[in-house]
Design a protein around this ligand. Structure first.
Ligand SMILES: Nc1ncnc2c1ncn2[C@@H]1O[C@H](COP(=O)(O)OP(=O)(O)OP(=O)(O)O)[C@@H](O)[C@H]1O
Length: 197
């Protein structure tokens, strides 16, 4: 049976960067395209960044029991939902996967597929350094959104509290102070866990 390597971490912990490098270094891991009800931005293609659907299509998928996990965000443009669906993309009889998500979505995946099918990878950076990286990243944007950056920083302190990590059974943490060291640790860990099959 295949497994799902699930990458998590607070905002600006480097999970996107690590996810992309792991995709390159471990091409045997398949990825999964999420669904969203937010409109596609210029340059985005249906089925590449996301599957773009409306509320009606989401409701139909929910009614059929296809929605594995869903998160809703209140934005200036209304409520946008992001979800993972059991639409045939995930075939654990044949493949291993790599997915990036939140702690809540990780737990929903555990409930749906069974905890033994998930390999959690929690990426961590000391808060001061993480805030510095978040600020540097935001400064490079054409329209920096500093208040949104601060909101996410504070929200993540709660979402990924020690208590919540413990409840989710996450013991192992990967420190991303030096990218290459972190990547090698994660890759070695995943290799070992995937061989345990
Ligand atoms: N080890 C590292 N050393 C220096 N900079 C890093 C390191 N890891 C990540 N960064 C930088 O930190 C910033 C945040 O990284 P990234 O966007 O991958 O984080 P994230 O966890 O996906 O954040 P978010 O959830 O907010 O999108 C980026 O500008 C990235 O280039």
């Amino acid at each position: 049976m295949g497994k799902i390597c699930y990458i998590m971490g607070k905002s600006s912990s480097g999970k996107d960067t690590i996810f992309k490098k792991l995709e390159e270094r471990m091409p045997e891991l398949k990825t999964v395209t999420l669904y969203t009800t937010r409109p596609a931005r210029a340059g985005e293609t249906n089925g590449i960044e996301y599957y773009f659907v409306d509320e009606g299509k989401l409701k139909a998928m929910e009614d059929k029991g296809y929605v594995i996990e869903i998160r809703a965000y209140n934005t200036k443009h209304g409520v946008w939902k992001y979800f993972t669906a059991d639409d045939g993309q995930i075939d654990l009889d044949r493949y291993n996967y790599i997915i990036i998500g939140t702690l809540e979505s990780y737990e929903a995946m555990c409930r749906y597929f069974g905890r033994e099918r998930l390999i959690p990878v929690y990426i961590e950076v000391e808060d001061g350094l993480r805030l510095k990286r978040a600020l540097q990243r935001e400064r490079r944007q054409s329209e920096p959104k500093y208040s949104e950056m601060c909101r996410r920083f504070l929200a993540d302190q709660v979402d990924f509290s020690d208590e919540n990590l413990k409840k989710a059974g996450i013991k192992r943490r990967f420190r991303n102070h030096k990218m290459e060291e972190c990547l090698q640790d994660v890759q070695a860990y995943l290799g070992k866990k995937l061989r345990e099959n």
